[in-house]
Ligand binder design. Structure first.
Ligand code: AVJ
Ligand code: FE
Length: 439
C-alpha cells in the first residue's frame, strides 16, 4: 500500500485539530464565567483549567518540542501539570481566567499551524506520520470528553443541544461465540496509536461468547429489582466494601419515583430509557451485574478479538466494520448526540460475527488491569501510560458518545479506577463456553 502524501496528512491534521478546538470552544462558551471557574465536583477540574491545560500541552509538544520555538508561557507550565496538582485542588490555584485562557489557546494554535507548515512529517519518531500532532488532537478530545462529564455533573439549566440518536433497527439480543484461536492484539501500523496500544502481538484466545449489545437500562432495572445491590454474594469483597461505603443503590444520576426510574442528563430530567445501554456504573457494579446475569466481564483481549477479528481472513481490522474511519452510520461518537443510542441502532457498525455497538455509545468495563503489552516502551513520555500500569486501574474499551473518532479504534485502551462512575461507562457481558480448542 502507498502511504498518504504529506499534504493530505497535513490537511487531516489541520482538520482534526480544528474539530477538537471547535468542540473545546463549544463546551467552554456554553456556560457563563462563574460556571467556567467553578468546581462542579471534586472529581473534576474547573473547565477553565482543562482549557488552558489543553493549550499548555499543545505548547509543550508542538510549539516547543516539535517546532523548537521559544516558550510562550513557561511560567504557567507548573499550574497545568496534572501531576503537580490533584483535580480537587485546582480551583484554588492562580489559574488563567476565562479571557486569558481563551487568548492563550488561540495564540498557541496559531504557532502550531505555523509549525505544521514548516515540519517535515518524517525523519524522527515524534513526527513520523504526524504522530505528535495526532497525539495532541487526541489529548484535546480526551479533555473534551472529560469536560463533557463535568457538564453532566453541573447543576442548572440544559445548555447543550440534544438531537435524537438513531432508533433501533436491528436485533441486538443474545450472544455470539468467538472460536478459540490466535488473534493479533495491538498495532504497529496505526500512525497515531498511543504507546500503550503497541507493539502488535499475537495472543491465543480461548473460545468465549460475547453479547451482541451492551447491557441496557431495562436489564439493569431488573438487577436492582432482584436485590442486586443487597446481595454481597454478587460482589467482590472490594466491590461490596465500596457499595457499602458509598451507599450505592443505582447508577449515578438515577432516582426512583414510585415504580418509575428517572435520570438527570445534561440538566434534563427524563424517564430512564429501557432500550439504551446503561451508563454511569463503576467497575464494581458492572462486575456484580455480570455475576447476577450468570456471566462475566470480557477481558480486554477478548473484547479486542470480538471487535477486530475477521474469521474469513484471520486478520485483525482497525474497527469492527473494517478499516474505514468511522462515519455517522457506523457509531455514535463525537458528541453528535449527548446520549447513547438504543441497542440495535448501528447495524452498519457490526463486526463480522454480528457484535454491535462495540465502538461508541458507552465505554465498556473489562476485567483486565491496565498492563503493558510485551515489548512496551513508553513514547513519548512515561506519564501518559506507564505510570498508570498496575492493579489500581481497569481497562475500558470502545469509546462513548462523547469520544471523538480520533481518540478511538479497535486497539484503543482507556483506564480508570474501579470506583469511578462519572465517566460514560457501561458494560457488555461475556461467557466461558468451556471449550479451549487446540493450541
Ligand atoms: C486515558 C482518559 C485516562 O484523561 O486521565 C489526558 C487521558 N492523559 N491528559 C485522562 C489524558 C493526559 C487520560 N485517560
Ligand atoms: Fe491532559
Amino acid at each position: 500500500s502507498t502511504s498518504p502524501s504529506p499534504s493530505s496528512v497535513r490537511e487531516r491534521i489541520a482538520t482534526t485539530l480544528e474539530r477538537a478546538r471547535a468542540r473545546s470552544t463549544l463546551l467552554t462558551d456554553a456556560v457563563d464565567e462563574g460556571d467556567l471557574v467553578a468546581q462542579h465536583s471534586p472529581l473534576m477540574s474547573p473547565l477553565v483549567w482543562d482549557l488552558a491545560h489543553i493549550g499548555n500541552q499543545e505548547e509543550l509538544w508542538l510549539v516547543r518540542d516539535v517546532g523548537g520555538r521559544e516558550p510562550l508561557r513557561a511560567d504557567i507550565d507548573e499550574l497545568y501539570d496534572a501531576f503537580q496538582h490533584p483535580r480537587a485542588t485546582r480551583p484554588r490555584l492562580p489559574l488563567l481566567g476565562p479571557r486569558e485562557a481563551r487568548d492563550y489557546v488561540r495564540v498557541v494554535r496559531d504557532k502550531t499551524l505555523d509549525v505544521l507548515d514548516a515540519t517535515p512529517l518524517e525523519g524522527a519518531p515524534l513526527i513520523e506520520g504526524g504522530f505528535a500532532f495526532g497525539m495532541i488532537a487526541q489529548h484535546e478530545q480526551q479533555h473534551d470528553e472529560t469536560m463533557l462529564a463535568t457538564h453532566q455533573l453541573r447543576r442548572g439549566e440544559p445548555v447543550l443541544a440534544d438531537p435524537e440518536p438513531p432508533r433501533a433497527r436491528a436485533d441486538a439480543t443474545g450472544r455470539v461465540v468467538v472460536t478459540a484461536g490466535p488473534c493479533e492484539i495491538g498495532t504497529d501500523h496505526e500512525p497515531w496509536a498511543l504507546d500503550n496500544e503497541r507493539p502488535a502481538h499475537t495472543m491465543w484466545i480461548d473460545e468465549f461468547a460475547i453479547a451482541r449489545a451492551p447491557v441496557t437500562c431495562g436489564e439493569y432495572v431488573e438487577f436492582i429489582a432482584d436485590g442486586g445491590y443487597e446481595r454481597p454474594a454478587l460482589w467482590s469483597s472490594e466491590g461490596w466494601q465500596y457499595r457499602q461505603d458509598a451507599s450505592l443503590a443505582a447508577p449515578l444520576f438515577w432516582r426512583r419515583e414510585g415504580e418509575q426510574w428517572w435520570r438527570r442528563r445534561f440538566g434534563r430530567d427524563e424517564p430512564v430509557p429501557v432500550d439504551e445501554p446503561v451508563m454511569h456504573v463503576c467497575f464494581h457494579e458492572a462486575e456484580a451485574f455480570a455475576r447476577w446475569a450468570g456471566a462475566r466481564l470480557p477481558t480486554e483481549h477478548e473484547w479486542e478479538k470480538a471487535a477486530r477479528f475477521d474469521p474469513a481472513t484471520g486478520r485483525s481490522r482497525r474497527y469492527p466494520w473494517g478499516d474505514a474511519n468511522p462515519t455517522a452510520e457506523h457509531a455514535n461518537l463525537g458528541q453528535r448526540h449527548v446520549r447513547p443510542a438504543p441497542v440495535g441502532a448501528y447495524p452498519a457498525g457490526a463486526s463480522p460475527l454480528g457484535v454491535q455497538q462495540l465502538i461508541g455509545d458507552v465505554w465498556e468495563w473489562t476485567s483486565s488491569h491496565f498492563l503493558p503489552y510485551p515489548g512496551f516502551r513508553f513514547f513519548p513520555y512515561a506519564e501518559y501510560s506507564e505510570v498508570f500500569f498496575g492493579p489500581d486501574h481497569r481497562v475500558l474499551r470502545g469509546g462513548s458518545f462523547g469520544t471523538d473518532e480520533v481518540a478511538i479504534r479497535g486497539t484503543f485502551r482507556n483506564w480508570d479506577y474501579p470506583i469511578r462512575r462519572q465517566i460514560f461507562a457501561g458494560l457488555r457481558l461475556a461467557w466461558d463456553t468451556g471449550s479451549a480448542g487446540p493450541r
